[in-house]
Write a protein that binds this ligand. Structure first.
Ligand SMILES: *Cc1c(COP(=O)(O)O)cnc(C)c1O
Length: 380
């Protein structure tokens, strides 16, 4: 008998360094976006090889800023993969535009470039490219069909990932990232938008700060702090706090350590679980550097001893947390009713919804934890 262990699906690595980092903003009293956020943005831009990185409150607000900066509005269509987190679609509705779902390839869980081609219409004003679970989408195949339609990368899971040597965030027109505790690095809640386009960068910088023409830090430290800035557009308050920025600087300095460690244990899973015929493991070509936000398998229910849900239940009984990879957004009540969509209109997304299973892979796990997960799955 192996001794039972308790292994959560994910747990961020935060500790004394982050604790130390928040002292400075707390002591100085500069708590909103300021020097720490600026540092985090500069470091993030450098690591992801982009010209502009603008910190915001979440990936959801990052995605919304991207659409607002592109002037997406009522009457426009935005293509969204059917298997993603719900907010990739919600932000399209925030702008009054229409969500056009596109099926995914269950082999990668990312948008299917062949099916994407048929979704493009004269009304298509942007395409949401999700790099799900940290694996970049097949950008070359997508660009072959997308023409000059702006590409927004939903890289919520993909900080530190890359495609053909180019980091996520610089693969499309605008990149969006999340620092929720379940992602690669965390600031509690938080997000980032990136771009190489100067005009979009400037516009998103203003939009996240109510549309103000200069930032609060610039104003307070400028020659006339008493004069309020001009507002040339309607914006939002999507500013990240300097507490989060300080944590982000520390987290980002460890991103490659985190990813390399997850890569090592992803390889371990792939080697140790390779013999099980009912569990399909992620396969990645050498064009991709995976960020391993999570390790998502696909259960073949015809060959498996139990259904996906029973397997998840049995693993939970043994202390191992699992989750479906994410959800098929077209199958959520709100979207199914709004657009009158049937589940099998997007069979790839439906399969991923019903048969995907993420198993624990994170930087708080020990060698014993990984071995326990493998042994427990082998014993099913
Ligand atoms: C987590 C996630 C989001 C939302 O990120 P938040 O920072 O929580 O807003 C959006 N898209 C994808 C693909 C995600 O995984």
């Amino acid at each position: 008998m192996i001794e039972k262990r308790n292994i959560p699906i994910s747990l961020p690595v935060t500790g004394l360094e982050e604790w130390e980092a928040i002292k400075e903003p707390l002591m100085s009293g500069w708590l909103t976006s300021g020097p720490k956020v600026r540092q985090f943005e500069q470091d993030f831009a450098k690591r992801h090889k982009v010209n502009h990185a603008i910190a915001v409150t979440s990936a959801t607000t990052a995605l919304h800023l991207a659409l607002a900066a592109l002037d997406i509005k009522e009457g426009d269509e935005v293509i969204v993969p059917a298997f993603t987190w719900v907010s990739t679609a919600n932000v399209v509705l925030y702008q009054g535009a229409k969500v056009i779902f596109c099926d995914i390839d269950p082999a990668t869980f990312n948008i299917d470039p062949v099916k994407l081609k048929n979704k493009i219409s004269p009304k298509t004003k942007a395409i949401m490219i999700v790099h799900l679970f940290g694996l970049c989408a097949d950008m070359d195949a997508i660009k072959e069909v997308s023409g000059d339609i702006p590409l927004i990368e939903d890289g919520a899971c993909a900080a530190g990932a890359a495609y053909k040597g180019i980091p996520a965030g610089g693969l499309g027109d605008i990149g969006c990232f999340s620092f929720h505790p379940r992602k690669s690095i965390t600031t509690g809640e938080g997000g980032m938008v990136t771009t190489n386009n100067d005009a979009l960068g400037e516009k998103m910088g203003m939009l996240r700060n109510h549309g103000a023409s200069i930032s609060e830090e610039q104003r307070h430290h400028g020659p006339k702090p008493f004069i309020l800035p001009d507002f040339n557009m309607m914006g939002y308050n999507y500013r990240m706090t300097d507490l989060q920025g300080a944590v982000g600087v520390v987290q980002l300095s460890k991103i490659d350590l985190f990813i390399n460690e997850r890569q090592k244990w992803a390889d371990f899973y792939k080697k140790e679980l390779a013999g099980i015929e009912w569990i399909k493991l992620p396969e990645i070509s050498s064009d991709f550097k995976h960020g391993w936000q999570s390790f998502v398998t696909l259960i073949d229910e015809e060959k498996a001893p139990f259904s996906r849900n029973t397997i998840m239940e049995k693993l939970q009984e043994q202390g191992i947390s699992t989750r479906p990879g994410t959800h098929a957004v077209h199958m959520l009540n709100f979207y199914a009713e709004k657009y009158d969509i049937q589940p099998d209109e997007f069979p790839g997304a439906k399969l991923a919804n019903d048969a995907s299973m993420a198993i624990p892979l994170h930087n708080r796990m020990t060698e014993e934890d990984y071995k326990y997960v493998v042994q427990t799955i082998l014993s099913l």
